[in-house]
Design a binder for this molecule. Structure first.
Ligand code: PAF
Length: 282
């Protein structure tokens, strides 16, 4: 695997790759790679001839009270994992400057009203920061395909919307959520939790599954949400949000609406935010 730490090295690596015809797939990450990330790399490889992964802890998407400084950085292990997956290039910008050389010229991408809902309500400007860095990655790497995880459902919808406007030929793929044995969605933030807390956190997925069952039984949205919140609160998990939306994240009001839907939930265990979702058809 070629490791590029500067834009110059990246361009050299991309130049070498462009000699071999085929599609280039990009997997943007913030590192601390786990099986969830590696499933994105696997999907990228299945759909392309060359794969580039980026590791950049993007300061623009962290708020004042977020964990930018303490975000887990495990570069050596990450490189080993990407090598084992036969990733072709790792872009590992050595400084913020490599991504955003002239701060005054950063093209800020706004996530609009959807970026202010759900997770965006809890993390103001977070999605603007995500879209800005992803837009920049797309511009400098020019991939044919980019892969994101379904765990960050709202993020991948916002990236799809941004990409439609700015990169209409780019094919965005979404990889399914990878879960541990107890059902908990894999996330770098799970590292902050004790074994007991990991077990507790797995109740969010149990709750999502139960909500789908209730929906399929024809229960009203109001009752489904109330039942879920009561269950979570009864085990000391206080949801920040718990909502049923259509697949593009428009609100839905009646449980007789047919089509693809998603239930999304977020809660905090100590200072650690856990998010999860479940997609279903009705
Ligand atoms: O999902 C993430 O890890 C980040 O939000 C992303 C897409 C790499 C942008 O920094």
């Amino acid at each position: 695997m070629i490791i590029a730490k500067t834009k110059y090295e990246l361009n050299e690596a991309l130049g070498q790759i462009s000699l071999s015809p085929g599609k280039l797939a990009l997997v943007p990450t913030m590192g601390n790679l786990h099986q969830g990330h590696l499933s994105l790399v696997k999907l990228a490889k299945l759909n392309s001839s060359k794969t580039i992964t980026t590791i950049f802890v993007n300061p623009l998407q962290f708020g004042k009270n977020d964990d930018f400084d303490n975000y887990p950085r495990t570069i050596e292990q990450d490189i080993k994992k990407l090598n084992d997956e036969n990733c072709d290039i790792l872009f590992l910008p050595k400084s913020r400057n490599e991504m955003f050389p002239d701060e005054t010229e950063i093209q800020l991408i706004k996530s609009g009203s959807l970026g202010k809902e759900l997770c965006g309500k809890l993390r103001p400007d977070h999605f603007d920061g995500v879209l800005t860095v992803v837009h920049r990655m797309f511009n400098i790497i020019k991939p044919d395909i980019a892969v994101f995880g379904a765990k960050d459902y709202q993020q991948q919808i916002l990236i799809r919307n941004m990409s439609k406007s700015y990169f209409p030929n780019l094919n965005i793929l979404t990889a399914p959520i990878v879960r541990s044995n107890n059902g908990l969605a894999l996330s770098s933030r799970n590292n902050y939790l004790s074994n007991e807390e990991l077990d507790l956190a797995s109740n969010l997925f149990k709750c999502l599954k139960k909500s789908v069952d209730l929906y399929q039984l024809g229960e009203s949205i109001e009752v489904i949400i109330k039942t879920a919140k009561e269950f979570l609160i009864s085990i000391n998990l206080v949801p920040d949000y718990y909502e049923i939306r259509d697949e593009l994240l428009s609100p839905i009001f009646n449980s007789d609406q047919v089509g693809k839907k998603v239930i999304l939930g977020s809660l905090k265990i100590g200072n650690t935010r856990i998010i999860d979702n479940i997609e279903f058809n009705s």
